[in-house]
Design a protein around this ligand. Structure first.
Ligand SMILES: *[C@@H]1O[C@H](CO)[C@@H](O)[C@H](O)[C@H]1NC(C)=O
Ligand SMILES: *[C@@H]1O[C@H](CO)[C@@H](O)[C@H](O)[C@H]1NC(C)=O
Ligand SMILES: *[C@@H]1O[C@H](CO)[C@@H](O)[C@H](O)[C@H]1NC(C)=O
Ligand SMILES: *[C@@H]1O[C@H](CO)[C@@H](O)[C@H](O)[C@H]1NC(C)=O
Ligand SMILES: *[C@@H]1O[C@H](CO)[C@@H](O)[C@H](O)[C@H]1NC(C)=O
Ligand SMILES: *[C@@H]1O[C@H](CO)[C@@H](O)[C@H](O)[C@H]1NC(C)=O
Ligand SMILES: *[C@@H]1O[C@H](CO)[C@@H](O)[C@H](O)[C@H]1NC(C)=O
Ligand SMILES: *[C@@H]1O[C@H](CO)[C@@H](O)[C@H](O)[C@H]1NC(C)=O
Length: 516
């Protein structure tokens, strides 16, 4: 007992005090290493959250407003090659898939206004330029396609009074309107004058739909959108980063029966809330899609510059019929009958035209729709699936292929002689792939840095801290042991120096260290 007290006195002598100090420092370093190990990633996340948030004048905001990317839309048109036989002879329609017709896009957000509550309002501009060298044809190629305005009008008149249908037939006779039109690809997309729409515009009261006299599948899309979008910047709540708050001032869609389906709290497809996991469901809203589209994790992919990304794709039952996926019931406000499996009815967003969206080549729909026409190859998920690759840490879209097919659900109407022989059919019109292949190097470089550096920095920092801490600790303990022994041999009676007591001193000292 007494020997131990003496030893304590010796150990705290001036000579050894500095080594106790070193022990304290090394323990501090090891403790700091543990703190770094535990909290480093949270600090990185805080930095990421701060960096991605949209603020006036920041680099992120500049990239968001004027993305330095080259998105492209590839359009494939289904040319009907036996229109007359189909109408007069009841043969299967034979169609020829033409394309791609490639348009290079330039995106810019216009009239950006930041609000105090963590939102920003803007108008999206998209400019399309035809790229002949990437296309398999010219914009002037003539194609034969169903007359969408006419067949929409006749299909809608199915439940109207008979005299209306007869009147419609004579008007169409006078205007020489036929169930198929021959137009150029450019006209089909960007607009051609349609006699029926022109008539409707002159006749129908102003406040009632059809604001155009031209018809085109992408009519009025080249330029700045009239729709204002209000989006969360992430400043107040990073989990809402990039999600749409209001569309044209409206917090949700007016079309459906439940808020679940009317909800538009979704991304516009460019940025997503950061820190995505494999369990995350991300959503994309597009006006023409008429709903927000859910996408779930499919697999890990490696993007440009080896940056890891998650591939998100719509769940297989996204457009399933209400029997297979009862969640879709609220998308069918006037049904049943509702859209068949694999189709989404957008007629409420398309001036009541019977337009059904699907994936290209009727992917995920019953094969009977594809085989109802001749000339469409079986769907291939690699070519026809909708997907988007997102960098999960920052929520940036790195690669995307938004693929949608536009179909017209024609109803047979016997009273209108022009279409009396046009059977009930889901007629494919065209499909497109709006895609982004790579990000520019300035963006991928930064993403590479942000994804690879933190884990390496964490490992390196922790490693250095642990190694230095432990080395210092070992040295300090060793010096303490030696110092104590030396003091022993210097100050204690010579008889006490010897291997047995030496050993016991060591034990004592080891027992003492943690007490400090
Ligand atoms: C589309 O089909 C029609 C026949 O219906 C044909 O005259 C026309 O040349 C075809 N268009 C192209 C670009 O092949
Ligand atoms: C209609 O079908 C019959 C028999 O299938 C065929 O012989 C005839 O040539 C077809 N008519 C036209 C206009 O294609
Ligand atoms: C954008 O702002 C300018 C001036 O502030 C205005 O003249 C223009 O109409 C706005 N554009 C849209 C689409 O709101
Ligand atoms: C934020 O403020 C803008 C403009 O005052 C408003 O339009 C928007 O609805 C507000 N959003 C939220 C979530 O409060
Ligand atoms: C879109 O508009 C730009 C000018 O604003 C024009 O140069 C371009 O040709 C247009 N694209 C199409 C496909 O009409
Ligand atoms: C994902 O969800 C499953 C079950 O819901 C859960 O077991 C798993 O831990 C979750 N994974 C992550 C990364 O959140
Ligand atoms: C599409 O929706 C409209 C409006 O809800 C409805 O009248 C029409 O019957 C639907 N079409 C199909 C094919 O379900
Ligand atoms: C496809 O539709 C046909 C008839 O319309 C039906 O008999 C068949 O079971 C359907 N196939 C699938 C896979 O649902």
């Amino acid at each position: 007992m007494k020997g131990r007290e003496k030893l304590c006195v010796k150990l705290s002598s001036t000579f050894l005090r500095k080594w106790w100090f070193v022990v304290a420092v090394s323990l501090g370093i090891i403790f700091f290493g543990i703190i770094v190990e535990i909290f480093f990633m949270s600090w990185v996340n805080l930095v990421v959250n701060h960096e991605v948030t949209l603020r006036e004048g920041s680099q992120t905001t500049q990239w968001w407003a004027t993305p330095p990317v080259v998105p492209m839309i590839k359009v494939y048109v289904y040319n009907v090659t036996n229109a007359d036989e189909f109408l007069n002879n009841g043969s299967k329609p034979i169609i020829d898939e033409l394309g791609p017709y490639v348009y290079v896009e330039k995106w810019e957000k216009k009239n950006i206004t930041f609000h105090d509550n963590g939102t920003v309002t803007f108008h999206q501009e998209k400019i399309y330029h035809f790229d002949e060298s990437l296309s398999a044809g010219s914009e002037d190629d003539n194609v034969v396609v169903p007359n969408i305005p006419m067949l929409s009008a006749t299909s809608q008149s199915k439940h109207a009074a008979r005299f209306l249908r007869l009147a419609m037939a004579s008007i169409m006779d006078i205007l020489k309107i036929k169930p198929f039109v021959e137009v150029s690809v450019g006209q089909l997309l960007w607009g051609y004058e349609d006699p029926l729409l022109k008539l409707a515009k002159d006749v129908v009261p102003k406040e009632q739909k059809l604001p155009y006299e031209e018809f085109g599948l992408m009519y009025n899309k080249n330029g700045t959108s009239k729709d204002s979008v209000t989006m969360f910047t992430g400043a107040n709540d990073i989990t809402k980063y990039g999600l749409i708050d209001r569309f044209n001032g409206m917090p949700k869609l007016p079309h459906y029966t439940e808020d679940r389906c009317n909800d538009i709290m979704a991304s516009d497809g460019s940025i997503f809330p950061p820190h995505l996991t494999k369990n995350s469901t991300i959503y994309i809203f597009d006006k023409d899609l008429c709903r927000k589209l859910p996408l779930v994790f499919e697999k890990e992919v490696v993007g440009a510059q080896e940056i890891p990304a998650y591939r998100f794709t719509p769940p297989k039952n996204v457009f399933a019929s209400v029997e297979e996926n009862p969640d879709n019931m609220c998308f069918c406000p006037q049904g049943p009958p509702c859209a068949p499996s694999g189709f989404f009815n957008v007629s409420l967003c398309q001036y009541d035209s019977p337009i059904l969206l699907s994936f290209p080549h009727f992917y995920l729909a019953n094969d009977s729709y594809r085989t109802a026409v001749e000339g469409i190859s079986p769907p291939d998920p690699e070519k026809h699936k909708f997907f988007i690759d997102v960098q999960p840490l920052m929520g940036t879209a790195m690669r995307a292929k938004a693929r949608i097919q536009i179909n017209l659900a024609v109803s047979q109407v016997i009273d209108i002689k022009q279409v009396a022989t046009f059977p009930d059919i889901v007629f494919p019109i065209m499909w497109f792939e709006e895609g982004l292949d790579t990000l520019p190097e300035e963006m991928t470089g930064l993403m590479k840095l942000a994804t690879t550096v933190p884990p390496i920095a964490q490992a390196a920092l922790c490693g250095v801290l642990f190694v230095v801490g432990i080395l210092l600790l070992i040295v300090a303990i060793w010096r303490l042991v030696r110092g104590a022994n030396r003091l022993n041999s210097l100050q204690l009676a010579p008889g006490h120096v010897g291997s047995p007591s030496n050993k016991s001193n060591k034990d004592v000292q080891m027992a003492n260290v943690p007490k400090y």
